[in-house]
Design a protein around this ligand. Structure first.
Ligand code: SAM
Length: 241
């Protein structure tokens, strides 16, 4: 999968994309992440990429020329998605959609954002990472890169399986424990050391239902609430949602 990132702070994106999971995926040729400095196509002596808004007002706006010129020079993969608080909010379903593409491009805004003509005539969509305002799109790009990258086959190994993750089936994930089996008098639930794999699987499912009911009832409601099988599972482990 190829993901291009257009930014005026390529170092921010590169340092993230070059480290840890994404860095390894890049080295192994699983992810082709390319960052492009919008400033590199600016022709004036100051390499300016922003200007004051027509009509007045505070702040600066990213000019259209460096963005159009970069896209025309690089021909990055489509869709071109502008990171913006006005965009479609990223959730695991959207992440999975993006992970199913051969590639896409992320455009990072700064200052007050981008000239509206980029929105109207260049980009294909907008992605928000939540209802708050960042200073720039680079951190949002890092979020998209990591969330999508870890779903690309081979990027996450068996040691960090993605199959049971929170949201993967509309539920929060069950709790995890590791050694020691007893720590400061707090014991790991006995079922996990029982060796009964069927019971472990049922307990995990029951815990995922319980956790979702308690912390994210909206997710449970979206699945139609607790069904008879769910209730039976909770009863088996004496759990009250
Ligand atoms: N004036 C803009 C507004 O009110 O919508 C905010 C601009 S913000 C200070 C600068 C840039 O940060 C945006 O162009 C966008 O690329 C990025 N950004 C800010 N919040 C974001 C969010 N929640 N999701 C994705 N990108 C965001």
């Amino acid at each position: 999968m190829r993901i291009d990132v257009l930014t005026i702070f390529p170092d921010l994106v590169e340092s993230f994309a070059g480290s840890s999971l994404l860095g390894r995926a890049r080295e192994r040729g699983l992810l082709d992440i390319r960052t492009h400095d919008l400033r590199s196509v600016a022709t004036d002596p100051h390499r300016s990429v922003d200007d004051s808004p027509f009509g007045g007002g505070a702040g600066m706006v990213l000019k259209p020329e460096p963005i159009f010129d970069t896209v025309e020079a690089v021909d990055p993969p489509r869709p071109i998605l502008y990171l913006s608080p006005a965009g479609r909010t990223l959730d695991q379903a959207y992440v999975a959609e993006l992970a199913g593409l051969d590639g896409f491009t992320l455009l990072c805004g700064r200052y007050e954002g981008i000239d509206e003509r980029v929105r109207e005539h260049l980009i294909d969509g907008e992605v928000s990472i939540g209802d708050y305002v960042l200073a720039g799109g680079e951190v949002a790009a890092a979020v998209v890169l990591e969330a999508v990258g870890r779903l690309v086959p081979g990027v996450v190994g068996n040691r960090e399986s993605v199959g049971d993750d929170t949201f993967s089936d509309g539920l929060l994930e069950y709790p995890h424990y590791t050694r020691p089996a007893s720590y400061r008098g707090w014991d790991v639930p006995a079922v996990l050391t029982s060796g009964d794999h069927g019971r472990v699987a049922r307990w995990r499912r029951a815990q995922a239902l319980l956790r979702t009911a308690r912390h994210r009832p909206d997710l449970l409601a979206a699945r139609g609430g607790l069904g008879p099988d769910d209730r039976a599972l909770l009863e088996e482990f004496d759990l009250q949602p």
